[in-house]
Design a protein around this ligand. Structure first.
Ligand code: KG4
Ligand code: ZN
Length: 339
């Protein structure tokens, strides 16, 4: 018998991107991301402004997602939304919208953990080969840096995490001192030149087990830049490419060393990376090379699914829908949601 397809509306509003996506089973029909520009002048996300922008964007973004997917709201089977972690005011916009829309449509809601979604983004798409369990999920974003053993869709164990800043935060804060716009990660990546990446050397922190640390690195970059700018006010201007290249080279070295350590320790050779920093061109290239040399099965998301997006929320929604893991309307958003 022909089974009716499942249409999931995914909603993501945990930080500064308002996003809505429609999935037909595991296939993405639309994925609309409205990136908030209001934060640029502040050099980082201003939580109050983020909530107001989500409030403005949520209805147009959802309408466009439905229109681009060429379906009606009454076709939807369920609404999946980010429950956390993230900025509470931002999360509340997505969850309140999802709850009211679901009541109007009389369909279930599904709360999704944003970090699980970055990992499960690899299950998007009908045709692709997917990672097989167990695999190592490496989440590298602006708010989190985690090493996770993924035993099943909803059975994940965090074995390592940053003890201080996230890797994306390190990119952004180093970029800020160089006068780059927020988020600085993509800007640093654009300026990166492998031939200029050893001009300045910054320390690789020694952190035990699967954990990581980026604040010592960040402080050493900031101190180095300040000290040299006192001697020569044009130091940054004259050395921007060398500075960006050396920063990116060291940050990617820190994370790749830890990934190699994690694979060796756990003996899990299937690795799936996710989160905004996995858009980084040098990280993608370097990991592909290491994976080839060591016979790892490496999964790197399409660029569209690296930074925050609602398609990854939708795919988790789909897998929860299959298992009937629905949420109650009383589900609370949580800035520090655990899994
Ligand atoms: O996953 P994401 O969109 O949001 C969070 O959940 O935090 O990640 C955003 C982070 C920012 O820190 C941004 O600078 C970083 O991802 N990022 C990059 C690149 N593209 C985005 N970092 C390095 N290289 C990139 N190409
Ligand atoms: Zn994220």
């Amino acid at each position: 018998m022909h089974q009716k397809p499942c249409y999931i509306l995914g909603i993501e509003s945990s930080c500064d991107d308002t996003s809505a996506s429609i999935l037909k089973n595991e296939e993405v029909l639309s994925n609309i991301v409205s990136n908030q520009q209001v934060h640029i002048d502040y050099g980082g996300v201003v939580p109050e402004l983020a909530s107001r922008e989500h409030q403005k964007n949520i209805i147009p973004v959802v309408s466009k997602a439905l229109k681009d997917a060429n379906i009606e709201k009454n076709d939807l089977s369920a609404i999946a939304f980010t429950q956390g972690p993230g900025l509470l005011g931002s999360l509340l916009v997505g969850s309140s919208f999802a709850k009211s829309f679901s009541m109007g449509l009389k369909i279930p809601i599904i709360g999704v953990n944003h970090l699980q979604a970055h990992i499960l983004a690899h299950f998007i798409g009908k045709e692709n080969t997917k990672p097989t369990f167990p695999f190592l999920g490496i989440t590298l974003s602006g708010g989190h840096t985690q090493i996770v053993i993924v035993k099943d869709y909803f059975d994940m164990e965090i074995i390592g995490t940053t003890l201080d800043d996230a890797i994306g935060e390190a990119f952004d804060k180093c970029g800020k001192i160089l006068g780059l716009n927020y988020p600085a990660g993509p800007e640093i990546d654009k300026l990166f030149n492998i031939n200029k990446s050893r001009n300045f050397s910054f320390p690789i922190p020694k952190v035990k087990n699967f954990d990581l640390s980026f604040s010592g690195f960040k402080t050493s970059v900031i101190n180095f830049v300040k000290k040299n700018s006192e001697k020569d006010k044009d130091f940054i201007k004259k050395n921007l490419i060398e500075l960006c290249s050396s920063i990116q080279f060291t940050l990617i070295e820190i994370i790749t060393q830890k990934i190699i350590y994690s694979v060796n320790k756990t003996n899990i050779k299937t690795i799936a990376i996710g989160g905004g920093v996995t858009a980084n061109s040098f990280l993608r290239k370097k990991l592909r090379q290491i994976a080839n040399e060591n016979n790892w099965k490496l999964f790197i998301p399409d660029i569209e699914y690296t930074t925050d997006n609602a398609a990854m929320i939708g795919i988790v929604g789909y897998h929860k829908f299959l298992k009937k893991k629905f949420s109650d309307l009383s589900l609370k958003s949580s800035a520090r949601l655990k899994f």
